[in-house]
Design a protein. Structure first.
Length: 230
């Protein structure tokens, strides 16, 4: 799907109301971040793995909300604004019903993260963001196979104490009627800051694959989320 086509799709979906805002399973990523060498990256569609319940079978663990959540982020599949500096990253996954072991469609995922330098758009009280501006934040809705994906950049680590750092992570708030709201975080497997972090949970660490696009590198991660009924 080209940028123009995706834009048209989003506009028509928005015109039909939020209920219509559901990317089809074959929606294609449109990574257009600036790569390390300053060249915009664009990749074509990647095959989406088959629908298969994640093993080991367990509900996704909760993790702290943290101080930087903001409500009402826009619905979009690109978390970062155009040409955001940083390592391009594509996160994909499915949301599952723990009891039924089936994918859940229509789930709202609220995602927020730091930029490549470890800053959130609302972490400086002296320069708060405008109410309608959401930098590195987005909401999205799972499709008919429980699938979601978003484009972003690899978040930076940030310091929370004299010798304490939060490792790179992406915050998730996942909501579906009839299920417990899940607040959690996704981490990057192998990051050296994971182990000393007091909030890190190994079950939330995702293996990252690297894809070469010309001279540029795109990171790919798959993060399945399993919800429990209320
Ligand atoms: Fe955070």
């Amino acid at each position: 799907m080209s940028n123009a086509t995706r834009r048209e799709f989003l506009q028509s979906a928005l015109a039909g109301g939020i209920g219509a805002f559901c990317l089809p399973a074959n929606a294609q990523p449109t990574l257009t971040n600036i790569g390390p060498s300053g060249v915009p990256i664009s990749i074509s569609a990647l095959p989406i793995p088959e629908v298969k319940f994640p093993v080991p079978v367990s509900a996704t663990e909760e993790n702290i909300l943290g101080p930087y959540y903001r409500e009402l982020a826009p619905y979009r599949a690109k978390v970062t604004p155009p040409l955001e500096p940083g390592q391009s990253l594509l996160i994909r996954g499915r949301v599952w019903d723990f009891a039924a072991k089936k994918p859940l469609s229509g789930v709202v995922l609220d995602v927020w993260q730091a930029n490549s330098k470890g800053s959130y758009d609302n972490d400086n009280p002296k320069s708060p963001p405008a109410s309608g501006l959401f930098h590195n934040r987005a909401r999205m809705i799972t499709d008919e196979s429980g699938y979601y994906e978003f484009e972003t950049i690899h978040p930076g680590a940030y310091q929370i104490g004299p010798e304490a750092w939060r490792p790179p992570h992406i915050h998730f708030m996942v909501r579906q009627a009839g299920f417990k709201k899940l607040v959690t975080q996704m981490y990057f497997l192998g990051d050296k800051l994971n182990k000393p972090d007091q909030f890190f949970l190994p079950s939330l660490a995702v293996a990252i694959k690297e894809l070469k696009v010309g001279k540029e590198k795109v990171e790919l991660g798959w993060f399945d989320i399993v919800l429990q009924k209320e």
